[in-house]
Design a protein around this ligand. Structure first.
Ligand code: WTA
Length: 706
């Protein structure tokens, strides 16, 4: 594999790494400066922002974000730390999120596009929803949820929907009532949805009958039946399934309705035409939504986000980093089913009265010019996507952007490190060397960006996410809680020293896990009520350069970042164990030039298995797709005679990861069964050992920290 593809590599002997070495591997260290045309119109151009958001002004500095919102009641305490580390922001304040994202724009922007929906089918007309129309539809849906489904503030509702305007409409309808939504990515399987329904205690599931994916209509209603069954197995009864119809004139599903349980939303809405629902004034700290994500244990965790702090943070960061003005046409190509979509398709942009584009399908359908055609046609001037999508579009259509009249003023990437080679193509071919690029680092737990260049102030450095955001004070620690200073050239675990308004409030139903996973590692005093004693442990490796820019190296825990999507190794392994023939399973990440990382599966079989190896591996792949979804499809399933184990019986994933990634597996003499390692190596690599000297940080450290 060419070095440039491998990402940041560290020396084998220690984790020292100089900026010069980074430059060699990334082959790019120069700064790129924003154009004066961009700076001239940008929202954030005053460099004093650093001073305003410095520690001496914390936490009051975050008033600047909160003041972008319309409050029913102003808050009395900006940050309450009395239940550390359960931070409370803007305490005493009350507001409604749907009012802030819709109603308050009506006087000025009533007939301006709020959402523009682009079907995957290029023959289907583009749908424009104005703020007036959005307001009507959110009100009618809120009335339905309240009066038909019986939902009220504090109830949870699960949504399993594709990328259509009905999804943000339903989310905003929930927010209008103070109902907590839990949106599950549409590509997750019915079972994965069912597990999340049960964990959140949702009585109502909202879905859509089908949608386009790669030119085919997917029957999505079938997943709802599986989800309801799985939720019941896990102890949660779903009373109502509300199903939106994707098409006006044809069914998108062959799956029959269940009488008394399933209802078509489009039919029900006829009874709610013209209905208005007053926005419920919610406390700033009331939960707005749950977003499930993978962690180090098998069970996905429901990250609980707040109303006031979250909305303030995503609005502020959308304004300053994405540079959104009401006159812009903004397109984020993520899925609303992930945190990026919540924060930067729906809540941040709509709070700023933006026009937000929603695209239903895959970016390369019917060809790799599709995103650029959409951008040209709609006059998109702000674009936001992941490095995986950029790599894919570049691979399949390197010259496609040239064919279109692209007018981006700024562009964002998120989700994974972007290597300079890919960055350059994005900058030159897509951005025409004019657009300011921001590489934003953050996580589901964080609500919004933690690290990014301020596009009109800081120069861009390809491959580096950039300095911390205003009001975010990171620190890098080694495993012994010793600070790794900026400019030292060493990598360590990135933490954020302080709370910020977008930080999640807790893990739904599991506050102990919340404290243990994120705050225990570097906590100085568990009884302290001072935020300075509670650094937030992000679970990523990072290097902080002398110029103040951070490079994020990847996960240091058991999470695999596949094409920018988080998958927990334990989740994948328990899916494999649902196959009756499988005795043990171990999942490791392998480096992939397009998707960043992909999972590779090792399994050992129970004695006396009759099925052929082929049959078993097909079953394993099927299990992963059923329990999690197609995004969990592995690169390979390897059936091994035994797993390498410590004397206490722990599977050494680190050794398997080394074999899969062709790096030195190190000392194995302390294993219970060292002989199996060479057998497995030969199976995977062939007789001659293939040893690459270097590997990305997350793979090198895989299995070390749990
Ligand atoms: C990774 C997505 C490098 C990181 C918003 C993090 C990144 C995980 C970047 C969170 C970036 C995200 N550069 N790595 N700009 N952005 N990551 O929760 O490992 O889906 O911990 O949130 O993605 O993924 P999540």
């Amino acid at each position: 594999m060419p070095k440039a593809r491998q990402g940041l590599v560290l020396k084998e002997d220690d984790s020292r790494l100089s900026e010069a070495e980074i430059a060699v591997h990334w082959k790019e260290e120069s700064y790129h400066y924003p154009r004066s045309e961009f700076v001239g119109q940008a929202n954030l151009t005053d460099p004093s922002v650093g001073e305003r958001f410095s520690e001496k002004n914390f936490p009051e500095c975050f008033r600047e974000y909160a003041d972008l919102l319309t409050w029913d009641t102003y808050w009395t305490t900006t940050l309450d730390t009395s239940h550390a580390p359960f931070w409370k922001w803007f305490v005493g304040g009350r507001l409604n999120v749907s009012y802030n994202c819709v109603d308050r724009h009506l006087t000025q922007y009533r007939n301006k596009a709020a959402l523009i929906f682009v079907s995957e089918d290029e023959d289907e007309p583009i749908q424009t929803i104005t703020y007036q129309e959005l307001w009507l539809r959110v009100n009618e849906m809120a009335a339905l949820l309240r009066d038909f489904a019986g939902l009220k503030a504090g109830d949870r509702v699960t949504m399993h929907m594709p990328m259509t305007p009905e999804l943000p409409i339903t989310m905003l309808a929930c927010a209008r009532l103070g109902v907590i939504h839990s949106v599950v990515f549409g590509g997750f399987s019915g079972e994965a949805c069912g597990t999340r329904i049960a964990d959140s205690g949702s009585r109502v599931l909202i879905t859509m009958d089908g949608y386009y994916r790669s030119g085919k209509v997917i029957d999505h209603k079938a997943n709802a039946d599986i989800a309801v069954r799985k939720a019941k197995e896990d102890g949660q009864k779903v009373e109502k399934v509300l199903i939106w119809n994707r098409f006006r004139d044809k069914p998108a599903t062959q799956t029959p309705l269940v009488k008394g349980r399933d209802f078509i939303v489009n039919d029900l809405l006829k009874d709610f035409r013209g209905r208005r629902v007053d926005p419920v004034s919610m406390p700033a700290e009331a939960p707005l939504f749950l977003m499930y994500t993978s962690g180090t244990t098998g069970k996905p965790k429901g990250c609980q986000h707040s109303t006031g702090g979250y909305l303030a943070y995503v609005t502020g960061t959308s304004k300053w980093i994405q540079d959104i003005h009401p006159t812009d046409v903004y397109w984020c190509m993520a899925d609303i089913g992930w945190i990026t979509g919540h924060s930067y398709i729906v809540y941040g942009p709509l709070a700023l009265a933006a026009t937000s584009v929603i695209y239903e399908g895959v970016p390369t359908f019917p060809d790799a010019g599709r995103p650029w055609r959409i951008a040209e046609r709609l006059g998109v001037n702000i674009f936001h996507t992941s490095p995986t999508s950029i790599r894919m579009l570049r691979k399949l259509g390197p010259d496609e952007p040239k064919k279109y009249n692209l007018q981006f003023k700024c562009m964002t990437t998120v989700g994974e490190p972007i290597e300079p080679e890919t960055w350059k193509w994005y900058y030159e071919e897509v951005g025409r060397g004019r657009a300011a690029i921001t590489d934003t680092w953050w996580q589901t737990e964080n609500g919004g960006f933690l690290c990014s260049t301020k596009p009109a102030i800081d120069p861009m450095k390809p491959g580096s996410a950039g300095p911390p955001m205003p009001g975010i004070y990171p620190i890098i620690y080694d495993e012994h809680a010793k600070e790794v200073p900026a400019g030292s050239g060493k990598a360590g675990n990135i933490c954020i020293r302080n709370p910020w308004p977008g930080i999640f409030q807790t893990i739904w139903g599991d506050p102990e896990r919340f404290v243990r996973n994120y705050y225990t590692k570097y906590n100085r005093d568990k009884n302290s009520k001072d935020w300075r004693d509670w650094p937030y442990f992000a679970g990523d490796g990072a290097v902080w350069a002398e110029d103040g820019y951070l490079r994020i190296l990847g996960r240091v825990d058991d999470v695999i970042n596949v094409a920018g999507h988080r998958l927990g190794t334990k989740e994948l392994e328990s899916a494999c164990l649902t196959v009756p023939e499988v005795a043990e399973a171990a999942v490791v990440p392998i480096a992939d030039p397009e998707k960043g990382r992909v999972p590779e599966i090792y399994i050992s079989l129970k004695p006396g298995v009759k099925a052929s190896p082929r049959e078993v591996s097909d079953k394993v792949v099927h299990a992963l797709e059923t329990v999690i979804g197609k995004i969990a499809r592995p690169r390979a399933v390897r059936i091994v005679p035994d797993m390498p184990k410590t004397r206490s019986g722990k599977i050494m994933r680190r050794v398997l990861a080394a074999i899969s990634n062709q790096i030195d597996y190190g000392d194995i003499t302390t294993l219970a069964n060292p002989e199996v390692v060479e057998q497995i190596r030969v199976m995977v690599q062939g007789k001659e050992p293939v040893v690459t000297k270097t590997a990305p940080e997350d793979i090198r450290r895989f299995g070390d920290v749990t």
